[in-house]
Design a protein around this ligand. Sequence first.
Ligand code: ADP
Ligand code: MG
Length: 700
Amino acid sequence: MSEDFLQQDVRYVKGVGEKRADVWAEQHGVRTVHDLLRFYPRRYLDRTTVTPVRQLQEGPDSVTVVGTVRSVNVVPGNNQKRLEIILEGEQGGRMKGTWFQGVWWVRKAFDEGDRVAFHGTVEKYGRWHSMTHPDFDRLNDEGPLLDTGRIVPLYPGGEAMSNVGLTSRTVRRVLYDLFKEHGLKLTETMPDWIMDGYDLMEGRVALRAIHFPKTQQELSRARRRLKFEELFFIQLLLAQMHEQQEEVAGPAFDDPGAYTREFVREVLPFELTGAQTRALREIIGDVQTGTQMNRLLQGDVGSGKTVVAVAAMMHAYDSGYQSAFMAPTEILAEQHHANLQDYLQPLGLEPRLLIGSQTKAEREAALQAVRSGASPVAVGTHALIQDEVAFDRLGLAVVDEQHRFGVAQRAEMFEKGERPHMLLMTATPIPRSLALTLYGDLDVSKIDEMPPGRKPVETRLRAEKRRGEVYAFLNDRLEQGEQAFVVYPLVEESEKMDLKDAESGAQELQEKFPDYTVGLVHGQLSADDKDATMRRFKEGDIDLLVATTVIEVGVDVPNATVMLVEHAERFGLSQLHQLRGRVGRSDQQSYCVLMASYKRSQEAKQRLEAMARTNDGFEISETDLQIRGAGDFFGTRQSGMPDLKIADLTEDDEILEVAREAAFALIEKDPHLRADEHERLRRRYQEDYAEHGLGFARVG
Ligand code: ADP
Ligand code: MG
């Protein structure tokens, strides 16, 4: 009971009150004492972390400076206004902070004479050391900082917070009083074997030290403890889901029979790669045990996942079960359906397509075939298993491009009454740290080998002035009888006048290449029209396919050897990698040409350089995670993954590994956390994580 005060409303905490509590809750989700203790500083200032302005040097690492604002000016530029702030360092020296975006908003945040800290990378322009869009903290409320020998924590702030007086200084005061009065009530939640086994700082000590560190060493031990704890509770949830899944009954398949054999040996014109065979064996092992399979099939675009999935579906059929094949969009469902037709027709089987844009009669016929069991496979979007679609005997659900569905939807799929085996496929390799968090409850098969004879795609970065050269190259490839994709980021001219859209691009290309057929697909065509054009391209009637990103995933046209991406700087890194995966699907040498203007943001530059540097999907995804941060990556935010307050998946992979190990060991030892030594941990888990933070997957 001694921990009950953790659940108390912050408004009753000394120094808070109603008004501040409201703002704190609204701005930062701080509602209880527990939340308050985990309202972590965003930065610390001390003599070791602040660089004197006089000593600034250009360089790639972020640095922090502290000083006084001497002038604030909006400067008209060639085509863009900018805001310039001149900062004078505490011990002299001057530097500039520059903003191109949010000029007026930032303008309002500063007055001459303000004391501020800037945080960012330093570049030198003429005689000025300068930071562009630095992160900043206002320090007007602070006394002397650096000459005190203290480490000063700075908290997340903002206008609303400072309007009710919640500056870093007040926050420190509130926390100081809280620790003084209640600090001893904080009891240790981690059992001894975890504390000792992972050399953790005591929880109470760590919380105090994160807010009031005495030394940098103490701070870093405190961070490690709190990061461990945060990641541990997420992994505990995943470990529990994994444990529960292992107890869920699933259909018990027989040994693979005639359909599986014939598909692999007769229908496929090639041998499976070692990686494909391994993955297939793992799947076959899972589905015969009588418990539900939950397996993620991970592999780069074109590594041959679909083929493995089809073999698994044939295995289901051999055992008397149907399969559902789910794609994230209708157009992809259609393409999968077309491929499946090619694969299954030689076996005398007919896959059925179920999508919204069908006529009623088509849909009725398909529903009937699925309901009666006449069709072995139904292909569609995930509405397939959410809607009224009735299967005669569903045994396997294959989900393509799993990362687009999100964890919440996945949890929903798992909740179906009669549980089919689940095979989740993802084409974009996920960095391990993220996979362990998003898919930490799943078993994983990796296809880490490309079909033989594939040549790595050659990637080139080209600027506008070399367009002539690029077209000459394109012409060479077309003369060889090869085909090309040209991809645009926009569909309609109206959005940006200076951007050539797909339509006018197609027109221009047709004029440039009068001997060849240019086709166009974009998001605003009907599904039928898109499909028809795709098919013509696939069959070779179209030589040059101009497209918006609708071709991003899925289409398989081995004779296409060039992927030309216009305005490549506007695409995300995984998107570019997916696009590049559309070529290089045969033994012919393929090329990816990225057309990009020189006006690139720093991030765009990093993306394009990564593309030119490597073809390795894993390296690409690691880079992508680093550029974007975990929150944006694959839209994990909308997937319901809990916000991490202190751990960072881009850098804490080592802590993640041990936290995961500890969590899985715990569930192994004590699946329901019933042991006395786990009593406090269980309560914390239920109060603070199972109910509050982790809506993305239910417990128990
Ligand atoms: P993914 O689903 O991983 O993108 P697919 O299963 O669609 O990959 O396979 C991509 C292409 O490679 C297809 O044209 C397929 O026929 C071909 N392919 C798959 N496996 C092999 C293999 N073992 N050897 C040769 N080609 C293969
Ligand atoms: Mg695929």
